[in-house]
Design a protein around this ligand. Structure first.
Ligand code: SAH
Ligand code: SF4
Ligand code: F3S
Length: 434
């Protein structure tokens, strides 16, 4: 019996797919890379933007014929879109060949749902309300070697006006600090070389004994072993000097911060309910650069938020320059039913938003290229993550998140290698082992 998992969305979801794999392995399934060969197919979905949903719907729909040919194939849909209000009903009606549906609060029940489906042949759709749990006890099948993800918290309380995450992931709940640290310790002992702590807003982490995020990070950074530590995502409203001090103190913690700004206009930031101003954001970056001058800052930006004017957008463009982002994830605003912003007047026309996105991408790319070009002739330490079959080169990232490619006779995956950078192409560096 073989499983195939299709994952959409963020790193949280990628990690949850590893837990889904853990459940399936316990049920006796083995992994199958070819979707057509699988006996069970699980879609772990995302609903952050409309196109994430459309992708999932398209791929689920494509299985209709497959299911007709292979009657005992099990198709399961889980994750954020499954948890979204009204979507379970829609999936029930539109995709009669979907056998199992589960949400973000009952992923741990997937094994039982499969048993029920097998026993009764009827479709099993099961959603739960949030139960405040922080431990699922599921042993994940890790797929990211040499990297590994560790959840430190679940959910979000921020209710940014455009965002659906608080509705589909529930309120914030933090795992115990001891559990997080012991997971990091075992991963380091198992030989993982890059450990990423995950939460929607890591800065609001609170451990059982009042442990703050900087204190947790400090403990994780003190774990023995030859590994790098990363964390995401930081919310600018809670970003602190204390956190920066911890990053500075530990060599293991990468000098790279992902700090989503979303917009450079105070008016838009306020409508987004982000609870910081452009000035506060830029002062945080200045503080960070004072303390850790080489720190890379990456961000997320939304264009075309309701009522965004050309002037607001130019504020975003100028902020990109001032903040000196080394790269950014950039999105066109996508209205999500049930969120505050979806009901706002002044939705921006698609053509205008598309034009802004391409201008923004150009501005960010220019900065990325300049930073990459600055690497040429220098050395950088790369953690080798994989092999690019097309380029016939090994690849990996430096601590700042820059991708480096190099040739090697021997398999280097999982090794730290020092590259002499010979050329830069956009965001990527090319070099040879020193
Ligand atoms: N918790 C993280 C990120 C969550 S989602 C944070 O607060 O930073 C990742 C990114 O998706 C967000 O930072 C935002 O830029 C984008 N995003 C969220 N909702 C969106 C929407 N409705 N339309 C477009 N982009 C959105
Ligand atoms: Fe969404 Fe805002 Fe929470 Fe991030 S902090 S998940 S953008 S509501
Ligand atoms: Fe992540 Fe998408 Fe859910 S971004 S939290 S998988 S809505």
């Amino acid at each position: 019996m073989k499983y195939h998992i299709v994952t959409y969305g963020c790193q949280m979801n990628l990690h949850e797919s590893e837990k889904i794999a853990g459940i399936l392995r316990d049920k006796g399934y083995t992994e199958e890379g070819d979707i057509d060969e699988a006996d069970i197919i699980v879609f772990n979905t995302c609903c952050i933007r409309e196109n994430a949903e459309n992708h999932a719907f398209g791929n689920i729909g494509a299985l209709k014929r497959r299911k007709r040919e292979k009657k005992d194939l099990i198709i399961a849909v889980g994750g954020c879109m499954a948890q979204e209000k009204g979507k379970a009903e829609l999936i029930r009606q539109k995709f009669p060949f979907v056998d199992i549906l589960f949400g973000t609060h009952n992923l741990g029940e997937l094994g039982d749902l499969i048993d029920r489906k097998r026993a009764q042949k009827k479709r099993v759709f099961s959603l739960k309300e949030e139960r405040g749990e922080t431990e699922d006890g599921i042993v994940p099948v890790r797929t990211g070697y040499p990297g590994a993800w560790v959840n430190i918290m679940y959910g979000c309380n921020n209710f940014c006006s455009y965002c659906i995450v608080p509705y589909v992931r529930g309120r914030e709940r933090s795992r115990s600090a001891d559990d997080v640290v012991s997971e990091v310790r075992s991963l380091a002992a198992e030989g993982y070389k890059e450990i990423t702590l995950l939460g929607q807003n890591v800065n609001s982490y609170r451990g059982e004994d009042g442990t703050t995020f900087p204190a947790l990070l400090d403990r994780c950074g003190s774990v023995d072993g030859d590994f790098r530590l990363r964390f995401m995502t930081s919310h600018p409203k809670d970003f602190s000097e204390e956190l920066v001090a911890v990053v500075k103190r530990h060599k293991k913690i990468c000098n790279a911060i992902h700090l989503p700004v979303q917009s450079g206009s105070d008016r838009i930031l306020s409508l987004m309910n982000r609870r910081y101003t452009r000035e506060k954001y830029l002062s945080e970056i200045a503080m960070l650069r004072r303390e850790i001058p080489d720190c890379a800052v990456t961000t997320d930006i939304i264009v075309g938020f309701p009522t965004e004017t050309e002037e607001d957008f130019r504020d975003t463009l100028s902020l990109v320059k001032e903040a000196g982002f080394s790269s950014a994830f950039m999105f066109i605003y996508s209205p999500r039913t049930g969120t505050k912003a979806a009901a706002m007047e002044g939705q921006v026309e698609e053509e205008v938003a598309k034009d802004r996105l391409s201008r923004l991408i150009e501005a960010v790319n220019e900065q990325t290229r300049t930073i990459s070009a600055g690497y040429v002739g220098k050395s950088c330490e790369i953690l080798c993550e994989g092999f690019d079959g097309k380029k016939k080169l090994y690849l990996g990232r430096d601590e700042y998140g820059r991708m480096g490619y190099f040739a090697s006779e021997k398999d280097r995956i999982g090794e730290f290698v020092t590259l002499k950078v010979e050329r830069a192409n956009g965001i990527s560096l090319y070099g040879s082992i020193e």
